[in-house]
Ligand binder design. Sequence first.
Ligand code: NCD
Length: 317
Amino acid sequence: MTPTLHPGSLLTIDALPIPEVASILALTARLEHMPAAEKAKLLTSRRIALLFYESSTRTRTSFELAAKSLGAVTTLVSDKSSSIEKGESLKDTGLTLRALGAECIILRHPASGSSFVLARATGLPVLNAGDGMAQHPSQALLDLRTILTRLGLDTTTVHAKSLSGLTITITGDILHSRVARSNAMLLPRLGAKVLLCGPEPLLSEAALGLAEGLQITRDFNAALAQSQVVMMLRIQKERLAGLDLDLTHYIDHYQLNEARLATYAPRALVLHPGPMVRGLEISGEVADGPQSAILDQVTHGLAIRSALLVRALGAKA
Ligand code: NCD
């Protein structure tokens, strides 16, 4: 018997049809306007486990604070201080959490596809908080909400043309980036043109099955000149082993700094999922500058993740 995946799960962004994206965004807005006391009753005493096999600041904290603001009880299990260190499998850890009463698991894991393994093993709603180089669906949703809000577009009724006419450049370590992959699967479905930009070692045409609405470019300046939104990505040093990447060349050609931004995209919105390495993919001036929406992204993360938890646990809001 193949256990069915719980419908409240969010494992990959491509599994979400656009009307479902719209309904999550509408729920996010309703929750944001709800009085705190009312919101805190939505998931009273529901048990949510955060299972993190990789470091995280924004994703983990926002899921945890979102759960608490909804009245839920949370527990964090990390690879550093649990039986995972003793070799316990993902399946056994998941089944243990379920036996302890967990009703939903938020998973970050270095292996692509791990959220499917956990969802199948437990039958619980699983929210993928980043699996290897594959997917980070809640990040794509919060990025979308940040773009819509900062560009003054409607955040509650998105459809296939919501981002029509927009060009969005994603630059950096695309090879290793689950954020890039999730955004590249979502933004074109809303009408955006997405330019993936970076040097060959970080963005190989052969490695990418290019979907409609996606293009590759090596020329960051030219990409910036056509873009209304630019999303910068961290160079993931922890995943770079064996790659031939010249960081000085990278900084010269691909760093988003004040001079480049002022010359080629003086009005574009700047995004970065964090954590940033200031002075490498982005300069401090740009990160802190008026075009930056980086901290807005963090705040939208809290809002989107509240909605994903309500959806996962089937609460009425
Ligand atoms: C990203 C991640 O972990 O995928 N961060 C995040 O969740 N905001 C990107 C990264 O690690 O560079």
